[in-house]
Structures are given as structure tokens and as C-alpha cells.
Design a protein around this ligand. Structure first.
Ligand SMILES: [Zn+2]
Length: 500
């Protein structure tokens, strides 16, 4: 199901195993039981015999969000990705070897064949995308997949070097059908690490979460970067004791060095001693998350996300041509599930861009010989074409605002708003900034400085600066009641609908 020695094989061995497994996976599972891929392969005139190595993958067309998200015309799209053998004909679709293994399991372990088949295919756990750029899309796991999820979660904790007899973890991820909460939940159970699941600010409330970290002497905090920052800052204002916190794990949103520096400073103001801060990367379609390992000084250095070569095949491709790029070269992340049941995607274009791509040399910090993905990621979907000034359709990468804002120590919270000049839906697009800054900051000086930085790094001009109290801006961001805070707000649709 997964490789026991997943983290100490040579690149040649990994690629050879991936190629062989991919072929059998397509032949025995995906092309037999996935309506979506059976149709796609037929249309392309491809069979499993055409795919025998990792290089052969590129014969398969990409799958994109548009193919899998439910739409008004095709609400059942996500279901077409699920491996679904027909109970009536299942017995006639399996190989003699598979029949033998089902029988063996029945004789040796007393597991009825019917239950073995249900374990393998019956969807029994659901997660969903957040629906930022398309309708929320459900991805399902079977019992078989839960074993893989638990293994991936166990590896994630293993990489952090957490010790069950020394650590206590507070999980501040919102309880939701999203990956992050459940990874931590399963990792805790798999490793036996003591932990408290808060369900996030919406469920338990920030004050109680702070009390938990303080009173339970938590050593590890996990959550979404925007919320963890908010919670930690609130704790610092209350004079809470976070002196035992030694590690923060962040997920579901990008993290910059500037953010890490600010968070470490806040934690240290509450007594924490040089806490480490690690980011994770994961997404619904992969059904797992990956972590950077504990390098010397995790704020300034990173070893890249440690990938699991037995659970997925990663490709980095040029987003314009779709051609794979070389080691360490930047491009879009494309993922192929390996060995999973439930919802399966092949060559799925994530829309995430990895600056520095994937490297294969053994990790200089932990020594694991696995592919490592750059932590410097941006979302292609966060780029929008705006009509600014005379030039129509200027491409703006809103990811750029994250490092710029986090690098200004005076800025406590921020939101970027895309709007229309004079709030007139027919006028040009404008970009406004909503800020909450520390007391006593010279606002003129700050806005001039920001204007210069944004102009030189993004060739943009901020139309209006609005200053808010923390309470006001937290409301704008939806910090306490959204699953993810609203960092970039597009007000244009709102203005258009006021017209109607
Ligand atoms: Zn490492």
C-alpha cells in the first residue's frame, strides 16, 4: 500500500517503482473503475500499456479544476472521479491474483470478501475544497485511503521531531470538512501525541484557545497563519504565558519570512525561547499535506516540503507550454495520485507555481532521500487582469502583497481591496489598502514608503489608504468567522450587482 522505506531510496529506484506502480494502478483500478478517466483514455486512444514509466505520464492530458468542479450543467462532476466498481460485475473484473488475495485474507484474518471490497472502495470520509476559484468540490476517501491518510499524517509529525512524552499540541485549525483539521487529528492518533482540538476560533473562541495554550502549557500550536497571528497577538495583549511554545505548524495558506519573524517576536514577548515555525503545503486533490523539516533556524532557512514518493507523482511544468521543466526550475505543480481509491486525479494542474521547483538531492538537514518541493509558492489564480489607467488588462500578482505587508513591522493587519474608481462600476479598476498599524506610527511616512515599495516591486499605485482599529479590520478580514481570512477582497462584482 505504501513503502516502508519511503525516505531512503535512490532516485532511480523511486522512479522505477513509481513507473511500474502507475502502470498497474491504471490497468487494475483507474481505467476499470473511474468513469472520468476511462472516457478520457478512450477519447485519446490511450491504454494502460502506453504508460509504463514516469516519463510516459506526459502522454496523458492534464486535468484541471474546470474538469472536476461541479457546475450548474454538470453537478455530478466530482463523482465521476471516484473509483466505483459495479457490485454486479466486480468479480469478473479482477485478476486471479486479486481473487487469491481476497480469499487469503478471508481464510487468514476472517475478513469477509464483501467487507474487503467495501473497505477498498466505499466512500466513508469526505473533504471539500474551499471553493475560492470554482464551486466547492468534494473529495472522498475509502477505508483504504484512510490508511494512507494516517500514514501521511504520521510522517508529517515524524518530520517535526515531536515527542509524545514531551509535547502537548493545541490544534487551532477550524473544524470543517477541510484537509488541515483532519491531518492533525489523524497525526495525533497515529503518533499518540497528546493534543487538544479547539475546532478553531469560531467553535471555541479565541479567549478560550489562549487559555488552553497557557494553562495546558502547550509546546506546539497548529493553525492557519492569519488566525494564529491574530490569536497570538491577542494573547500578547492579555499578557498570557506562552513560554512553553517551541514549535508552530502552519497550514492552508502561504507563509512569508516577514510573517515568521513577526510571529516569533510575538511568541518571544510571551516567554517562548526561539520557537521554530514550520509551514505545510497540502490541498484537497492530493488528500495529504507535506512539511518542511526542522532546519537550523526555521525562520530564515528552509529545506523544502518533503514529498512522499509512494503516494503521488509530482511534475513541475511550464504553465504556458505544459512542458515539464528540469530539476530546481520553476513552474506549475502537477500531481498524480498513486495507489489511492476514492476520488482520483491524474496530472492535476494545481494552479500553484513553485519558484525553484523540485530538487532530488538528499535533504542536507534530515538526510531523507526524497524529492523536495520549494516552499516559495504562489497561486496562479491570485493573478488578475485589471484595467488600471490607460493600459487595459494589466496582469497583477496579488501574492506579492504578502511579503510586502509582512515585512513592515508597523503594520498589524491588512487587507487589499480591488474596487472601481469613485465606486462607479463602469470606471477603471483601483486598488485600495485597509491597514491597522501600531500606535504612534507616522501615517504619511508609512504610506509614502509603501507607495514606493509597491511601485518598484509591482508597478502599482494604491488609490486610497484606509486606517482601522484592530477590531474593525478583523471584522473586514472575517478573522473570527471565516475559515480563511479575506486578505484580497474583490469589490467589483458587488458594485456591478448594485447596478442591477
Ligand atoms: Zn529534511
Amino acid at each position: 500500500m505504501f513503502w516502508k522505506n519511503w525516505d531512503n531510496l535512490s532516485r532511480e529506484t523511486i522512479l522505477a517503482r513509481q513507473g511500474a506502480q502507475l502502470h498497474h494502478y491504471l490497468k487494475d483500478q483507474v481505467l476499470k473503475y473511474s468513469p472520468f478517466y476511462r472516457e478520457l483514455f478512450e477519447r485519446e486512444g490511450l491504454t494502460a500499456n502506453d504508460i509504463r514509466t514516469v516519463d510516459d505520464l506526459r502522454k496523458i492530458p492534464f486535468t484541471s479544476k474546470a474538469d472536476i468542479a461541479p457546475t450548474a450543467e454538470a453537478p455530478g462532476n466530482p463523482r465521476r472521479l471516484v473509483l466505483q466498481p459495479d457490485p454486479e460485475t466486480y468479480a469478473s473484473t479482477i485478476s486471479p491474483g486479486k481473487k487469491l488475495s481476497l480469499l487469503k485474507n478471508k481464510l487468514l484474518h476472517g475478513r469477509e470478501i464483501r467487507d474487503q471490497v467495501l473497505d477498498e472502495y466505499l466512500p466513508n470520509f469526505y473533504i471539500s475544497t474551499t471553493g475560492r476559484t470554482a464551486n466547492p468540490t468534494a473529495f472522498v476517501y475509502s477505508n483504504h485511503d484512510l490508511v494512507l491518510l494516517k500514514e501521511a499524517a504520521r510522517r508529517l509529525f515524524d518530520i517535526t521531531g515531536m515527542r509524545r512524552d514531551k509535547d502537548f499540541l493545541v490544534n487551532a485549525f477550524p473544524y470543517a470538512p477541510h484537509l488541515a483539521f483532519w491531518i492533525v487529528y489523524h497525526a495525533g492518533h497515529e503518533t499518540g501525541t497528546p493534543m487538544f482540538h479547539t475546532g478553531g476560533g469560531r467553535v471555541l473562541g479565541t479567549e478560550k484557545i489562549i487559555t488552553m495554550v497557557d494553562k495546558l502549557r502547550a509546546t506546539v500550536i497548529v493553525g492557519i497563519p492569519g488566525y494564529i497571528y491574530h490569536m497570538t497577538r491577542t494573547a500578547a495583549e492579555r499578557g498570557a504565558d506562552f513560554s512553553n511554545v517551541r514549535l508552530v505548524l502552519l497550514g492552508a495558506e502561504r507563509v512569508t519570512k516577514g510573517y515568521k519573524r513577526k510571529l516569533r517576536e510575538l511568541l518571544m514577548s510571551m516567554g517562548a525561547k526561539d520557537p521554530e515555525i514550520l509551514s505545510t503545503y497540502g490541498f484537497t486533490e492530493a488528500r495529504v499535506a507535506w512539511l518542511e523539516c526542522l532546519v537550523e533556524d526555521t525562520i530564515e532557512n528552509t529545506s523544502g516540503y518533503h514529498l512522499y514518493p509512494d503516494l503521488h507523482i509530482f511534475e513541475i511544468v511550464n504553465p504556458d507550454t505544459g512542458e515539464p521543466v528540469g530539476d530546481g526550475e520553476s513552474g506549475e505543480i502537477v500531481i498524480t495520485n498513486l495507489g489511492w481509491r476514492g476520488s482520483v486525479v491524474l496530472r492535476y494542474r494545481t494552479g500553484d507555481y513553485a519558484n525553484g521547483g523540485i530538487v532530488w538531492d538528499p535533504c542536507p538537514d534530515c538526510g531523507r532521500s526524497i524529492p523536495r518541493l520549494s516552499t516559495n509558492l504562489t497561486r496562479l489564480s491570485d493573478q488578475s487582469r485589471l484595467n488600471l489607467g490607460k493600459i487595459k488588462g494589466t496582469l497583477v500578482d496579488f501574492n506579492e502583497f504578502f511579503p510586502i505587508m509582512h515585512d513592515q513591522p508597523e503594520i498589524l493587519e491588512w487587507q487589499i481591496e480591488i474596487s472601481k474608481r469613485n465606486d462607479d462600476p463602469h470606471d477603471m479598476d483601483v486598488i485600495n489598502a485597509h491597514l491597522c498599524v501600531k500606535d504612534g506610527v507616522d501615517l504619511d511616512d508609512l504610506t509614502h514608503r509603501l507607495q514606493d515599495i509597491i511601485k518598484s516591486r509591482m508597478e502599482l499605485f494604491i488609490g486610497q489608504y484606509y486606517f482601522h482599529s484592530l477590531e474593525e479590520i478583523n471584522k473586514l478580514l472575517g478573522i473570527e468567522d471565516r475559515t480563511k481570512e479575506l486578505r484580497i477582497k474583490d469589490k467589483r462584482k458587488e458594485l456591478e450587482s448594485l447596478e442591477d
